[in-house]
Design a protein around this ligand. Structure first.
Ligand code: ZN
Length: 199
């Protein structure tokens, strides 16, 4: 692929590091940005900087948070004895939308994927284990995606948690296999939560 002069190539290189953006898409986005009115490009740059400065990870559940604790961890009205384990903050949002869940969450920030070299150590698994005792957790719901990585992650966590005497459940099947939680409609995901089973 042709290379461009300094700043243009820098832009293409940076965009090419985004997930799911190949060299061709990176080039297309770069030229789109270069054609934008200057104030539009500046606004985009500013929201990126602002998001990076203001948003961090909740120090308890690793959800997105503007303070040390996210809104859900800070909410005393939620049932602290149940933790719903999800892969990413977007999955937490999907579960919240069902309106069926009143417990807390734990965001793994990914799923086990040998192909991508992601093992349990790259995920927030240790942090989940250290929460169980102090928070008096009695049930962990494994709400990882219904695909190969999500199932492998749920199986791994199940083997870890069950011997600890924690009731460990997996959301019911019925979700589109190979899909992502975020694409499941609220009713289906709500039913999958309700129909969760011991593993
Ligand atoms: Zn939190």
């Amino acid at each position: 692929m042709a290379t461009y002069a300094g700043p243009v190539q820098d832009l293409i290189d940076e965009l090419g590091r985004m997930p799911g953006v190949g060299p061709k898409s990176a080039q297309r986005i770069a030229f789109h940005l270069l054609k934008l009115p200057k104030e539009d490009a500046v606004r985009l740059a500013r929201v990126i900087v602002e998001a990076k400065e203001k948003v961090a990870w909740c120090e308890r559940c690793f959800n997105l948070s503007e303070g040390p604790l996210c809104g859900i961890c800070a909410d005393d009205r939620r049932d602290a004895h149940t933790i719903c384990v999800v892969e990413e903050p977007k999955d937490l949002v999907a579960v919240e939308k069902t309106g069926e869940y009143r417990g807390k969450y734990h965001v793994l920030q990914g799923a086990i994927s040998p192909i991508e070299g992601i093992g349990p150590d790259q995920l927030r698994v240790k942090e989940l284990l250290t929460r169980l005792d102090p928070e008096g957790v009695t049930e962990v719901i494994l709400c990882t995606n219904p695909n190969i990585e999500g199932e492998a992650t749920a199986m791994y966590l199940g083997r870890l948690l069950t011997p600890l005497g924690i009731k460990t459940t997996r959301i019911a099947s019925g979700l589109p296999v190979g899909g992502d939680l975020e694409y499941a409609d609220e009713l289906t995901l709500g039913r999958a939560l309700e129909g969760r089973r011991d593993i």
